[in-house]
Design a binder for this molecule. Structure first.
Ligand code: DQQ
Length: 468
């Protein structure tokens, strides 16, 4: 099994088989997602030296169907003695009159200087020329009171101008998304903050902000750094008045390991979002595995009638579904199901009025001692994930995860669950998302059990094909 020329995947049951990750080494944020001449391109933060965060390059993968990906050689590398000599941090790719232009953050060796740079791509987006005017944005606005966090350009076109948001913070105040304008992507004028967060409620610093229209609303998705570390992803829905974003509703995009999301509109106009799924185990274990970081399955975004942000895995991944196991409530007499697997796509519906706690357990060990439970707790209105390991390992995160959620009146709880080795993506009713990581101690942990089978209304489980 190869996913790039000559590289072989290890028989490692934690390694996903239908999510994209490079053959080896470290990967984090998705960058520059674009559909170009019909083909989907995914760039991503990549360290060619190993499974730790350093020496950032833009890795590159392509897909014709959003289900199968092919890893290509590194697309953009740091240039010595230039503004990006310490790394090519996150950014986007836009189509400027037929030329692909990457807009990214270049950093110095200790990341204390962050500037915005351009690279121009060739026809198949494999060769990139740095712009001679780099950096195109070098000065950090003085009113921020800090200059270390100033990155992650997100660029869009509106009314004949290019606009760019940068993610940052105002010292002592909170995260900030800064708005810039340009006629040509080279000369940029700083306008003002597009949005300023509240430090107590929304964290110290913003990263990887996305800003886009969905119907008659504007949506902002922000990755939040509470302290110095990635925390979670939030979204805001609202309106734009005189170049300032006025949020009307706010929610959590993902309460788990999903981070640094990046959206684009594909050639059919679908708003698609990609996310980095972080690891939940320590740095030594990541190095030993030889890989770190996974891309979430791309999702289609929409808003519901209450302006809550919905996201569903792209329908294209349904082509990876193989054997289907369908259970009607009458079929289920006990919790244990006659299906096993660590690469599954699950759709389940529950009547939450029928039990105080309902849900499903996956990756159950033959003796039941290890498992992950995805449950809905009615009393508190919480979607929870509990990870049970035979032995506590302080280097493997096993803290309970959770997110407030209530089915709307008359709605059964619909869970969409993507399990793939150590990756677990959970979406409740399209609008509440918790991504998890699990590291079963044995490849034999493949059992599936229902929690409160009487609450089950419908269940489909598909075994998923590998994409490699
Ligand atoms: N990762 C990048 C930054 C970004 C952060 C560096 C978010 O550009 O702010 O790898 O994970």
């Amino acid at each position: 099994m190869t996913n790039s020329e000559g590289s072989t995947q290890s028989p490692d049951h934690h390694r996903p088989s239908y999510h994209f990750l490079p053959a080896a080494n470290w990967m984090n944020d998705p960058n520059g997602v674009i559909q170009w001449q019909g083909r989907y391109h995914l760039f991503y933060q990549y360290n060619p030296d190993g499974a730790w965060h350093a020496n950032m390059h833009w890795g590159h993968a392509v897909s014709d169907d959003l289900a199968h990906w092919r890893e290509l050689p590194v697309a953009i590398a740091p240039t010595p003695d230039s503004p990006d000599q310490g790394g090519i941090f996150s950014g986007c790719v836009v189509d400027k009159d037929g030329t692909p232009v990457a807009v990214y953050t270049g950093v110095n060796d200790d990341y204390s200087v962050q500037t915005q740079c351009l690279a121009l791509g060739n026809d198949d987006l494999t060769q990139w020329q740095k712009h001679p005017r780099n950096p195109v944005v070098g000065d950090v606005p003085a009113h921020l009171g800090q200059s270390r966090d100033f990155r992650d350009p997100f660029v869009w076109r509106e009314g004949g101008s290019w606009y760019m948001s940068l993610s940052s913070h105002i010292a002592g105040v909170g995260g900030a998304v800064l708005l810039y304008r340009s006629a040509d992507l080279v000369d940029w004028e700083y306008l003002h903050p597009l949005y300023v967060g509240d430090r107590a409620r929304q964290g110290r610093n913003f990263e990887c902000a996305n800003f886009f229209r969905l119907g008659d609303k504007w949506v902002m998705i922000i990755s939040v750094q509470w302290d110095q570390v990635p925390t979670n992803t939030i979204y805001l829905v609202g309106r734009l008045e005189e170049g300032r974003f006025i949020p009307e509703t706010e929610g959590v995009y993902d309460a788990g390991y999903s981070y640094a999301s990046l959206m684009h509109f594909d050639e059919s106009g679908r708003p698609l979002i990609y996310s980095w799924i972080r690891e939940g185990r320590g740095a030594d274990q990541q190095r030993a595995a030889g890989w770190s970081g996974v891309q979430a399955i791309p999702r289609v975004l929409s808003l519901d009638s209450r302006n809550r942000l919905l996201s569903q895995p792209v329908p294209e991944i349904e082509k990876l579904r193989r054997t289907r196991h369908r259970f009607a409530p009458a079929d289920i007499v006990a919790g244990d199901l006659p299906v096993r697997g660590l690469a599954l796509d699950i759709e389940a519906q529950f009547d939450v009025s029928a039990a105080a706690t309902c849900g499903i357990e996956l990756a159950v060990a033959p003796d039941g001692e290890e498992k992950v439970a995805i449950v809905y707790e009615r009393e508190t209105g919480t979607l929870r994930i509990y990870r049970h390991y035979r032995r506590e390992d302080s280097d493997v995160d096993s803290a309970p995860q959770g997110l407030a959620h209530r089915p709307d009146a008359g709605e059964t709880l619909h869970l969409r669950i993507l399990l793939d080795g150590s990756v677990l993506e959970v979406i409740a009713d399209g609008r509440s998302r918790v991504t998890s990581r699990i590291y079963p101690s044995s490849a034999e942990n493949q059992g599936i059990r229902l929690v409160a089978p009487t609450a089950l209304r419908a269940l489909d489980i598909w075994e998923m094909a590998s994409i490699w």
